[in-house]
Design a protein around this ligand. Structure first.
Ligand SMILES: [Zn+2]
Length: 433
């Protein structure tokens, strides 16, 4: 009996041992299971993000009815355009959506995009499943942006920038009537023509300067998006207007301080200011304003500024323009007036002589020599009398506020030069390919 009892105890210990082993083994396998769960979760997550990416691709491709048969059943697409006076809530009424859900959707969208800003004819796409349940809404915010409302589970809203492709279109034509009408005849879009006219407004008076056989050459961006038939017009890349043998040309450039602007081959900005001092090494000898006239002795308004300089000092054109007058003009003596555009002119008086070739109708560029300092007309000694004329009235050149013309230098100039050569090569290639 005693022996049996001993065996019984041993047997119980043995049983306990097995039991312990089994429970710990079970625990182990549980832990193993725990280990596999997160991995699976991660897998699910990647599947989720893949799906989302697919959705994104689908969104980009939606407009072409491309099908995507991954993971999910194909959703049916319905396009609605916002009608006059229609609210988003009214648009949602076309679908079977519970009122509280509708309210949630509207609130969620309004937190990102004000639905009152919807415009007539704005496109809204609804994606419904076989049971007519709306799973996704896409509002076209603009040509390049969509607002995507995902309703598959929780409401999720995202603004998605669509991938764009930029093509360059190049045209060249001669003007027969006007820049605008010939531009239209040559199928240059209206918005580009307006940009072109703005671009040259610092150099040209379009009504007077453009003559027959003026040549226009232009490259501009056409921006498209996958599967959208229409396109958007971007910036002018290059523009040249050739009048006789004078070329005015500008290239687009993104400056180091982040502005898109236009420069000529020398890196001078289109918005060149009119020179305040159109000669080198001159001393201001008389300012703009009331003064006692040195010859007549009367108090008179001095409508320009005088720069004392030795006879023969070269005088520069204050800006790009056309010579309007070059001749003797009473008390002004030998006189030049340049018309820069339809608002600005500059005048130069008491010249000793004109630069060879400077006469009425000749086009000059800023900084080009037009004549030489003298003392002709009512003058007490060699000086330049300089006037800036704005809307046919002389203004004080020294207080003139014109957009300052940036001039590219150093690394920025080198970058620009590389850049413009590419723009030009592209332009010529487009024209003559
Ligand atoms: Zn003067």
């Amino acid at each position: 009996m005693k022996l049996n009892f001993k065996y019984l105890i041993l047997f119980i210990i043995f049983l306990l041992g097995i039991l312990f082993f089994l429970t710990s083994a079970n625990k182990l396998s549980l832990e193993n299971k725990k280990n596999t769960i997160p991995i699976k979760l991660n897998e699910n997550q990647t599947v989720e993000t893949e799906k989302r990416n697919l959705e994104k691709n689908k969104i980009e491709a939606f407009t072409s009815n491309k099908t995507s048969n991954h993971h999910e059943k194909q959703l049916k697409k319905i396009l609605l355009k916002v009608e006059k006076g229609q609210t988003f809530s009214q648009i949602l009424n076309s679908f079977n959506i519970a009122n509280n859900r509708k309210f949630e959707i509207i609130n969620a969208i309004n937190s990102i995009f004000n639905l009152r800003g919807l415009k007539i004819n704005q496109k809204i796409f609804f994606f419904i499943n076989d049971n007519e349940i709306v799973k996704q809404i896409i509002i076209e915010l603009d040509f390049k942006k969509n607002l995507v409302v995902d309703l598959r589970s929780k409401i999720n809203i995202e603004i998605i920038e669509l991938k764009t492709y930029t093509d360059i279109e190049s045209k060249e034509f001669n003007i027969k009537n006007s820049l605008y009408s010939d531009g239209i005849d040559n199928k240059i879009p209206n918005v580009i023509l307006i940009k072109l006219i703005q671009l040259f407004s610092f150099d040209l008076d379009f009504q007077r300067d453009i003559r027959e056989n003026t040549q226009v050459s232009i490259s501009y961006q056409k921006i498209s998006i996958d599967n959208k038939i229409n396109y958007e017009l971007g910036d002018i890349e290059y523009a040249k207007i050739s009048i006789k043998n004078n070329n005015l040309e500008y290239f687009k450039f993104l400056t180091d301080d982040g502005f898109i602007d236009y420069f000529n081959r020398e890196g001078k900005n289109v918005k060149k200011s009119i020179l305040k001092t159109p000669l080198d090494g001159a001393k201001l000898s008389s300012n703009f304003g009331m003064r006692k006239h040195p010859i007549s002795g009367f108090n008179k308004m001095h409508k320009g500024i005088d720069f004392a300089a030795p006879k023969g000092t070269p005088i520069y054109a204050g800006g790009n323009g056309v010579v309007e007058v070059a001749g003797v003009n009473g008390g002004y003596g030998k006189y030049i007036r340049i018309r820069h555009n339809n608002e600005y002119k500059t005048a130069y008086a008491h010249l000793n002589s004109f630069k060879k070739g400077i006469r009425k109708g000749v086009r000059v560029n800023q900084g080009e020599i037009i004549g030489y300092v003298g003392s002709t007309g009512k003058s007490t000694g060699p000086h330049l009398h300089y006037e800036i004329i704005y809307q046919n009235k002389q203004i004080n050149p020294l207080t003139l506020k014109l957009p300052s013309g940036k001039i590219l230098k150093g690394d920025e100039l080198n970058k620009f030069k590389k850049n413009y050569k590419m723009i030009l090569a592209n332009h010529l290639n487009n024209l003559f390919e």
